[in-house]
Design a protein around this ligand. Structure first.
Ligand code: SME
Length: 162
């Protein structure tokens, strides 16, 4: 398995997501351990896009429990419906927050985080198995392109992550 990532020199996020997806697919297809896969996916997203914080939370009982991530220290457990992550879990849909200070109940792990995007991951039965959380230190850093591309990523590789 190649551990070399080819990152095209473009600032176009859709182009980046599209170029990276087959590489990510190959990476996770060659590894059966979900923690190793979550760790590498977080690393790729951090390296390619320079996001402030990228990580996964796993559904464990009635809580989300912190999984592999890249970035500063984060809270370990988030209740169902709590914060942006718990809200995305409860609503069973992606949530994009242009300004974290305006999201009711936002859990601030770092004051440097300004905008956020959360993508739930589903198993074959439609149960949420975990979420992908990305924080940016820039306000309004995410667009519907991030949502649709990351949803495609999670639909494609989610079964190798949780
Ligand atoms: N802001 C998140 C908490 C997780 S950290 O951003 C890593 C939330 O409100 O759920």
């Amino acid at each position: 398995m190649a551990e070399n990532l080819i990152i095209p020199p473009t600032a176009d996020r859709r182009e980046l997501y599209t170029a990276l997806l087959p590489q990510i697919q190959a990476l996770v297809a060659g590894e059966s351990d979900p923690i190793a896969n979550m760790a590498n996916v977080a690393a790729v997203l951090r390296q390619a896009f320079g996001f402030f914080w990228v990580g996964f939370y796993r559904v464990v009982g009635q809580e989300l429990v912190l999984g592999p991530f890249q970035g500063p220290l984060a809270c370990s457990r988030i209740g169902f419906g709590k914060g942006v992550c718990g809200a995305a879990w409860k609503a069973r849909r992606s949530i994009r927050v242009p300004d974290v200070d305006t999201f009711p109940g936002h859990i601030a792990c770092s004051s440097e985080s300004k905008s956020e995007i959360v993508i739930p991951v589903f198993d074959a039965k439609g149960q949420v198995t975990g979420i992908l959380d990305i924080d940016s230190d820039k306000p309004d850093d995410f667009t519907p392109v991030d949502i649709s591309c990351l949803e495609e990523w999670m639909q494609t590789i989610g079964g190798r992550l949780f």
